[in-house]
Each structure stands twice: as structure tokens, then as C-alpha cells.
Design a protein around this ligand. Structure first.
Ligand code: AMP
Ligand code: GLY
Length: 424
């Protein structure tokens, strides 16, 4: 079968690499792709032009479209393709509101009795300021819409909370801030859980933990993620069952009852509180870089899983299989990230870093004058797998050190929480 994969990040390189391992995959097209995706043929489609994407699929006999990032999902690319009878891995625009609108998700959680932070949502400054009286400090202020991970402010004082509210309504987050959600601050360790669903059947995949802050020890500004590992043992099998029963199952059932069945991967951002796991937020796509560690561990066929999801047959296939080992990925970013990253820096020696059990996924890379260079914030995802987080960490950093990327940097402590637990 021919496959079209939309996206250009490390997440999509990992998906491309894994899709290509399937005997079901013939030709893989990637749009726009990146230089690491040797398994795919790069094409330049405008994903906002749904007619052009649909026409491409007809022309190339595409049997499956995999949509990596959230923006085309929220913009309804999945709906346009499905209307043209092209199987798609990724939810409809309506179901993708789970990521596209925090208020939508909070309202759904309230109706379905899903454990999450107490909240209120409003579209006006007066309402938001008045509502602050009902919350203790710290309090969380969120822009409703997609804000590239930047629309969340944890206010440590009433004055900061008021300033955040005013900022959001002043348009500092564009349309994303036309509605604001105010939330109770929850305390606990964070973990992510991934599952696929065809709207009815839910199949658990795996847990992961990422490192959002730019600096060692989880300090400094937030990023898209500086590294991740899977599984996250802090999410024990018993807790995973609670997440499935108390969070994912009621979400999928409620969306189906509402006439917007969810098809694709559900990425639940969780916090493990004293009262049990609670939902922080949903994403309607794989995490980046969490996807890289999931794909590293996945032993079963990704094309089969995605096709069964797209065609509503998840109940008919064998459960996906993941290695018991630990996978860990270290992001090598360009200096300046998450501010303005330095572009054009040369990258060398990737091949020598890719020893047994190590895979380097590309993210923001480009070929310039025949040489591989940095072309974005997060540039490479150095991914390893071994029997413990400690061993995986060592393998990943050996590979990081073998790569020649003078204008790049990486955190040196990815996986520290689990490595610390392994030592004790
Ligand atoms: P998000 O951009 O929605 O992933 O949120 C970014 C981060 O903000 C999360 O990973 C949490 O660390 C934190 N966060 C969001 N909502 C809450 C909450 N209600 N309580 C505590 N922390 C939160
Ligand atoms: N790594 C966080 C995300 O993909 O949203």
C-alpha cells in the first residue's frame, strides 16, 4: 500500500521509519518530510489546500494518510480526506477539539465525570477576574485555543493571575485567547499515556515522560520537549488501568455519544495526585519527542494498527506489542532555542553515533550545499534502547557525544527521575 505521511519533525521521522518496516508498506511519501527520512519520498503539498492533498492521494493510489501534527487535524484535513474515501489516521476536526479547545475538553470531562482540575471558562475579562476569587494560589490560566504549548500560565500570586488574564484578553495569544480557562493547580508527578481508538475500541500503547524545560534539572523556559523516555514506570499497571477506565474510556464514549467519534491516537497528559491520576490535557496526535521512544519500543506492525484504526477494525486485530526495554531520546537543539535558534550550523558523524540499539531521528535539519545543517530549534533526536533507564541514558549520551554539532546543545539529564529511582 502507498502511504502519505504529513509532517517534518522528529515525530514524523520516527513514524516514517516504523511504517517502512511493515511488509504492508509499498511507497511512502512524506510532506514536507526532512532529510533524515530516507525511507520516504519528499513531496511539497500545501496541507491547507485539502483539494490538492486529495488529488495527490488519488493520483498516487494512497491507501493511508497519516497526519502527524495537530494543526492540519484541527483544520479538518482528516474530514476532507475521509469525504473522498481516503483512509486517514487522525481525528476529525470536531474530535480534534480535544486538543484545539481546552474549554471543550474541560466541559466534556465535567459531563463524563473524568478526574481533572476544577475550572471555569469565560470569554470576558470581568468574568475571569471575578472567578479568580474561587481559586486558591497558585492558579492556572490557559488560553482556550492552540498556542504552540505557550498558552499556559501558572500564576504564583493574585496580581500575576490578574495580569495573565488581562494579557490573554489583550490578544497576546491571538485568537487562542478569545476564551480563557482558569484551573485549580494540581500537584504530583506528570506522565503521559498513549492509546489508539477507532471511536469504539480503545487499545493502550504505552506511557512516557518528557522534559519540557530547556535546562538541566528542569529549569528555564518551556520547550516543545528536550527529551523523553518510555515506559514511565511511575505509571504502574494498576494506575494505567485507572487511566483507561476513569479517563480514556469515558472520553471516547462521550465523544461517540455526541456524534463525533474519535479516530486516531489519544495522548493524555496526566498528573499523579494523591487522589489518583488526573487529566491535565489531551493532545490529538503523538507527542514529539514521545513518539520517537514509542516507535523505538514498538515490535508489532504500525501500518496494520493505523489501518485498523482508520477503518474501525481495532477490535479485530491483535494487541500491539512493545519491547519491555526502556527507550530514551535526547533532543539536540540549536543554540538559542527555545528563543531564536542559530540556523545553518554543520552537523556531522551521525552514522558513527548509530551503533546497535541507537537511532538518530532528524527534526529541524536541511541539506545546504550538499551538507547536513541545522534548520530549526529542535534538530536531532538521539534515541537509544536498553534494559534500564540508566543503561539507556548512557547509550544515548555516548551517541550524543559522537555527533559533531558545534552550534547545538542538549540537556545532560534526560530520564533523571527514573535513573534516580533505579539507584535507590
Ligand atoms: P500544557 O501546555 O497544557 O501541556 O501545560 C503545560 C504544563 O503546565 C503542564 O505540563 C503542567 O506542568 C502544567 N499544568 C497545566 N495545567 C495544570 C494544572 N491544572 N495544575 C498543575 N499544573 C498544570
Ligand atoms: N512533547 C510534548 C508534546 O508533543 O506536546
Amino acid at each position: 500500500m502507498n502511504i502519505l505521511l504529513i509532517g517534518s519533525g522528529g515525530r514524523e521521522h520516527a513514524l516514517c521509519w516504523k511504517l517502512a518496516q511493515s511488509p504492508l508498506a509499498d511507497k511512502i511519501y512524506v510532506s514536507p518530510g526532512n532529510p533524515g527520512m530516507a525511507e520516504g519520498e519528499a513531496v511539497a503539498l500545501d496541507t491547507a489546500d485539502h483539494g490538492a492533498v486529495t488529488a495527490f492521494c488519488a493520483d498516487k493510489h494512497i491507501g493511508l494518510v497519516v497526519i502527524g501534527p495537530e494543526a492540519p487535524l484541527v483544520n479538518g484535513l482528516g474530514d476532507s480526506l475521509r469525504a473522498a474515501d481516503v483512509p486517514v489516521f487522525g481525528p476529525s476536526a470536531k474530535a480534534a477539539q480535544l486538543e484545539g479547545s481546552k474549554g471543550f475538553t474541560k466541559d466534556l470531562c465535567a459531563r463524563a465525570n473524568i478526574p481533572t482540575a476544577a475550572y471555569m471558562r469565560t470569554d470576558n475579562v470581568g468574568g475571569a477576574l471575578a472567578a479568580l476569587d474561587d481559586f486558591s494560589i497558585p492558579v492556572v490560566i490557559k488560553a482556550d485555543g492552540l498556542a504552540a504549548g505557550k498558552g499556559v500560565i501558572i500564576a504564583e500570586s493574585r496580581a500575576d493571575a490578574e495580569a495573565a488574564v488581562r494579557d490573554m484578553f489583550d490578544g497576546s495569544f491571538g485568537d487562542a485567547g478569545a476564551q480563557v480557562v482558569i484551573e485549580e493547580f494540581m500537584t504530583g508527578e506528570e506522565a503521559s499515556f498513549f492509546a489508539v481508538t477507532d471511536g469504539t475500541t480503545i487499545v493502550p500503547l504505552a506511557s512516557a515522560q518528557d522534559h519540557k524545560r530547556v535546562g538541566d534539572g528542569d529549569v528555564g523556559p518551556n520547550t516543545g520537549g528536550m527529551g523523553a523516555y518510555s515506559p514511565a514506570p511511575v505509571l504502574t499497571p494498576a494506575l494505567e488501568r485507572r487511566v483507561m477506565d476513569e479517563i480514556l474510556r469515558p472520553t471516547v464514549d462521550m465523544l461517540r455519544a455526541d456524534g463525533m467519534p474519535y479516530s486516531g491516537v489519544l495522548y493524555a497528559g496526566l498528573i499523579l495526585t494523591d487522589e489518583g491520576p488526573k487529566l491535565i490535557e489531551y493532545n490529538a496526535r503523538f507527542g514529539d519527542p514521545e513518539c520517537q521512544v514509542l516507535m523505538m519500543r514498538m515490535r508489532s506492525d504500525l501500518v496494520e494498527l493505523m489501518m485498523a484504526t482508520a477503518e474501525g477494525r481495532l477490535g479485530e486485530i491483535a494487541a500491539p506489542v512493545f519491547a519491555d526495554q526502556s527507550a530514551l531520546t535526547v533532543v539536540m537543539a540549536a543554540k538559542g532555542y527555545p528563543g531564536t535558534p542559530e540556523k545553518g550550523g554543520a552537523i556531522g558523524n551521525i552514522e558513527s553515533a548509530e551503533t546497535d540499539g541507537v537511532k538518530v531521528f532528524h527534526a529541524g535539519t536541511a541539506i545546504k550545499d550538499g551538507r547536513l545543517v541545522a534548520n530549526g530549534g529542535r534538530v536531532l533526536n538521539v534515541t537509544a534502547m536498553a534494559d534500564s533507564v540508566t543503561a539507556t541514558q548512557a547509550a544515548a549520551y555516548t551517541a550524543v557525544d559522537a555527533i559533531d554539532f558545534p552550534t547545538g546543545f542538549a540537556r545532560r539529564d534526560i530520564g533523571w527521575r527514573e535513573a534516580e529511582r533505579e539507584r535507590s
